[in-house]
Design a binder for this molecule. Structure first.
Ligand code: PMP
Length: 323
């Protein structure tokens, strides 16, 4: 299949305050963000024309910039509006949105105090597929040789471009060996996450997930923990050793792109998506796509929460149920 390059498409991109033709959204080759990774970004999903959890992503973008020592020169409202404008201008219904902020070209050295901060937002079609059978097969993960760095080694709370260098290396290595993705340990050798998604393990009906103390506490992760607790599942955030895979029955990943993705294999360990994974796939689908899609799925869910129950600010809401 021919690749459609990302710099040669129709449409518009929001670039430093205005919508510009897609092919004109260019930056100079001598940009600090390119050379020194002074760059942060977001990944958002549009379902039925609405950006899911937009404000949480915008807040994380602003915070990621702060962690890297710069202030994005737009308010959260303005960034939300830019994201919505891009989606609307292109008439997108099911799509991916990519805001990105970076230091410009004014200075070209490690020190970059006087650089201008740029912001761009692009969006492209991303079909909202819902095929429970295909998804339930589970993806195959290979253990990476790269580890998530300690929080005093890299700015691990930021969704910063530099942190993805080892993700790309890990993913390429896994793909070359015939796997879908890589599992990364952290600097202590504990289970951390996949290259673009958080990980959950099911052991004897209880859900375990690593403490996000050196990797992103994903927005989807927080939502899925809320969904699981609303269903009455016990969710335990703790340090998880690799040798625990042997006594784990189900594994799944969560992320804006991954949604809830079952894992069938990690190196020599095999897992079968079971009742917990299926219930959370269905609940997440109900939340993002509405009842109709989920209802036609599998019938595994008996108590799917409503969209309003999860987005409310009450105690049982997905966001307020996590730290
Ligand atoms: N970890 C990494 C490394 C990621 O890139 C992502 C995707 N942003 C996640 C976890 C999941 O985060 P979220 O649920 O906010 O998309």
């Amino acid at each position: 299949m021919a690749i459609l390059p990302f710099d040669d498409r129709d449409g518009v991109i929001w670039f430093d305050g205005a919508l510009v033709p897609w092919r004109d959204a260019r930056m100079h080759v001598l940009s600090h963000g390119l050379h020194y990774a002074s760059c942060v970004f977001e990944g958002e999903r549009v379902y039925g024309g609405t950006i899911f959890q937009l404000r949480q992503h915008t807040e994380r973008l602003i915070n990621s910039g702060k962690v890297l020592g710069f202030s994005i020169p737009y308010s959260a409202d303005a960034i939300d509006a830019a994201c919505n404008a891009v989606v609307a201008a292109q008439g997108l219904k099911d799509a991916y949105v990519r805001p990105v902020a970076w230091r410009g070209s004014e200075m070209m050295a490690v020190s970059a105090q006087q650089t201008r901060i740029h912001l761009a937002v692009a969006a492209w079609e991303w079909p909202s597929y819902f095929n429970p059978e295909a998804r339930l097969k589970g993806i195959r993960l290979k253990l990476s040789k790269w580890r998530r760095p300690a929080p005093d080694t890299a700015p691990t709370t930021a969704k910063a471009a530099g942190l993805y260098m080892i993700c790309t290396l890990s993913k390429h290595e896994a793909e070359a060996a015939g796997y879908h993705d890589a599992l990364m340990l952290d600097y202590r050798g504990l289970i951390a996450e996949a290259t673009g998604a958080n990980i959950f393990l099911v052991q004897d009906g209880k859900i375990h997930t690593p403490v996000p103390d050196c990797f992103l506490d994903g927005i989807t992760r927080q939502t899925v923990i809320g969904l699981a607790r609303a269903r009455g599942f016990e969710v335990i955030e703790r340090q998880i050793r690799l040798d625990e895979l042997g006594r784990t029955q189900e594994v799944f990943l969560t992320g804006t792109a991954a949604e809830v993705t079952p894992v069938g294999e990690i190196d020599d360990h095999r897992f079968t998506p079971g009742a917990v994974t299926k219930a959370l796939i269905e609940d997440y689908d109900t939340l993002v796509r509405g009842k109709t899609a989920a209802a036609s799925a599998s019938g595994v869910a008996e108590r799917s929460p409503s969209r309003s129950a999860i987005s409310s600010s009450g105690k049982s809401s997905a966001r307020s149920s996590v730290a």
